[in-house]
Design a protein around this ligand. Structure first.
Ligand code: BMA
Length: 313
């Protein structure tokens, strides 16, 4: 019996991509960035190699649900001096941020120094140019807004400290290399589904009412943590201003491949594709093991942020 319509309708093809689809040996396929480029969906997914470290692969699709994986990985840890030191333990959770006719790629760079964020760019997904390491350690999950504000790039990021665990901050840059004017704009809420930590998910996209940001939130239970997805709406002119954050989550682990896997009870997004018909395709890793997709009406998500709010902080 269906009691109410889900906000996100899961694809019947889920999981849409698994390690069996990958022509080189990997343990997982998850946490993929995605974009529609020249009418094709391009997915840059994370895979654990059999040594436990991660690389980024590429898969393409005509319809956004059936993907074919490229023979070779898309991005491996750098061997270039400036980056190699910080990517030695792998590259993870890449986001594709379309800005000014190019794609900015942000990803977690792991090394013995911790985790920090690296930024690269591509125009055609054939050549990739690394730009800079744009955070210090203990940062993950950076997404860059599709437009500049006052001539500056704007990103959401997620520093962590014991006193203020895993919250969403905003930072600005004139040149993609130097970032500053940072301040916190959204925090976990006590005894709420996202009370343990929150972090940027997919790069925000524009709606009539604001920038819609799909983020992840974590709750700690007696048998481990649960990763779910939520929605926040940012002001169109000033993205530091949050208009509303949905009180309820929009996606929780339910399917067997979300509940069980490499890390149980995880749905984790790095990308969405807003379509011209008012829907948005949302992509998420299930249990850090497979890729899944679903569709939502953009209006439904916006309304949740406007009418059933939790305080941003
Ligand atoms: C986070 C990151 C994500 C992962 C999630 C659930 O801390 O490591 O890449 O999907 O945990 O394991």
């Amino acid at each position: 019996m269906k009691t109410h319509r889900s906000i996100i309708e899961r694809s019947e093809k889920n999981p849409i991509l698994t390690r069996k689809d990958v022509p080189y040996p990997v343990a997982t396929v998850h946490n993929a960035g995605i974009v529609k480029h020249n009418d094709r969906y391009i997915m840059l997914f994370r895979s654990h190699l059999l040594n436990g470290r991660s690389i980024i692969g590429r898969a393409d699709s005509e319809d956004g649900f059936s993907f074919t994986v490229h023979a070779k990985p898309f991005l491996l840890p750098s061997t270039d001096n400036a980056f190699a030191e910080y990517e030695a333990f792998g590259v993870e959770d890449l986001r594709i941020c379309p800005v000014d006719g190019e794609y900015l790629l942000t990803y977690s760079a792991y090394s013995r120094h911790g985790v920090r964020i690296a930024l690269a760019r591509t125009r055609d997904f054939k050549t990739v140019e690394r730009i800079a390491l744009i955070t210090q350690a203990d940062f993950r999950n950076v997404v860059i807004f599709p437009e500049k504000f006052g001539g500056r790039y704007v990103r959401l990021d997620r520093p962590h400290s014991e006193l203020s665990p895993w919250s969403v901050w905003i930072s600005y840059s004139p040149d993609l290399v130097h970032w500053g004017d940072s301040r916190v704009i959204m925090k976990p809420v006590a005894y709420h589904w996202d009370e343990m930590k929150i972090g940027p998910g997919a790069p925000p996209f524009k709606t009539d009412r604001g920038w819609l940001h799909i983020y992840h939130g974590v709750f700690k239970t007696m048998s481990g943590t649960v990763y779910r997805l939520g929605a926040a709406l940012h002001d169109l002119d000033d993205p530091a201003k949050i208009i509303g954050v949905s009180d309820q989550w929009i996606l929780a682990p339910e399917d067997p491949w979300e509940v069980n896997g490499y890390v149980p009870n995880v749905v984790f997004t790095c990308g969405t594709v807003p379509e011209d018909d008012g829907t948005v395709k949302i992509y998420w890793g299930g249990a850090d093991t497979v890729m899944c997709a679903g569709t939502a009406h953009i209006d439904d998500l916006v309304q949740l942020c406007l009418t059933k709010k939790r305080p941003p902080m």
